[in-house]
Design a protein around this ligand. Structure first.
Ligand code: NAP
Length: 275
């Protein structure tokens, strides 16, 4: 068996062409506001990649950069301004923010109509209930990727490793809504290898290089790796997997491009809803 490669990079490029055509039909150019707090170079790179993607599909962007010392109140004031700005269709607050800031309060201050990165509690709740809401961008991008490649979900046992509010938890809810049987693992899970060994679909969302070992994964599984670490490593060890699993995401070029694509798709949807 040679695994189907779930090529997020190529899919994101194809989808950008379709998004551009939709943007061209709008009278007003959609604008995504990005907020970067502090000077973490990785966060700055992620924000720039999102701004670049907006440019490629003809959307506008407004970059707000705030100092490392920003308080919760100052960030809330910025979010409030952007919520009230009719030109802004979507707001991205780059995670993580400096420790002195109440990140949850700031995420939840984003207007639900502009929550195109799917970070608000209300948006999460609506998504989990199967109501209209913008999903958290990384799991939403993963769902688009699985759908594009025709990966069957209903009745499958999915094991999500990680339970963060932006990735593991919404991923689990989306897979559950797609009729998977879902197990969520985390740092207190006692028998991680056994849990993963029972998975038809494994999602690595753990943030530790190759924590999930290739030998734990059963033959024929679908392997989705959200991690990205120096040296092109993911959260899942890939040794020998390509010849025995049914599908897998490359690192890089799998989940990352789909995250950005979900963000700009949802910004466009927000603009279309405004229009
Ligand atoms: P996070 O907030 O640090 O959450 C990590 C999760 O992994 C936590 O739920 C933690 O459990 C769990 N965990 C830690 N050690 C574990 C262990 N030994 N066994 C089992 N579970 C363990 O990270 P995140 O923001 O969700 O990101 C996860 C990964 O996805 C990272 O590699 C990140 O870089 C990547 N990511 C990629 C994209 C993209 O666009 N490609 C976007 C976002 C994130 P506890 O809850 O018990 O602490």
């Amino acid at each position: 068996m040679s695994a189907l490669i779930l090529d997020g990079k190529t899919l994101a490029k194809q989808r950008e062409q379709m998004l551009k055509q939709r943007v061209d039909k709008l009278e007003l150019k959609p604008v995504l506001a990005t907020i970067l707090v502090g000077d973490d170079p990785a966060s700055a790179t992620y924000v720039q990649m999102k701004v670049n993607a907006c440019g490629r599909v003809g959307m506008g962007s407004r970059s707000v950069t705030l100092p490392e010392t920003t308080s919760t109140e100052e960030l809330l004031a910025t979010i409030s301004e952007l919520n009230n700005d009719p030109q802004v269709c979507g707001i991205l607050l780059q995670h993580p923010v400096p420790a002195q800031i109440d990140e949850r309060a700031c995420f939840d201050a984003i207007s639900i109509r502009k929550d195109v990165d799917g970070v608000t509690t209300q948006g999460f709740g609506r998504m989990a209930m199967g109501e209209q809401a913008f999903g958290s961008a990384t799991p939403a991008g993963i769902m688009t990727l699985l759908d594009h490649y025709g990966i069957e979900l209903a009745g499958k046992h999915a094991v999500v490793v990680g339970r963060s509010p932006i990735l593991g938890k919404p991923m689990a809810a989306m897979l559950l809504n797609a009729n998977c049987t879902v197990t969520v693992c985390h740092s207190r899970t006692a028998d991680l290898a056994d849990q993963i060994g029972r998975a038809d679909i494994v999602v690595g969302a753990v943030g530790k290089p190759e924590l999930i070992r290739a030998a734990w994964i059963k033959d024929g599984a679908v392997v989705v790796d959200a991690g990205y670490h120096p040296g092109g490593l993911g959260d899942i060890e890939k040794d020998g997997l390509e010849s025995r699993v049914s599908a897998l995401t490359p690192v890089p070029g799998g989940v990352g491009p789909m995250t950005i694509n979900a963000l700009i798709s949802q910004t466009l949807e927000a603009a279309e809803l405004f229009a």
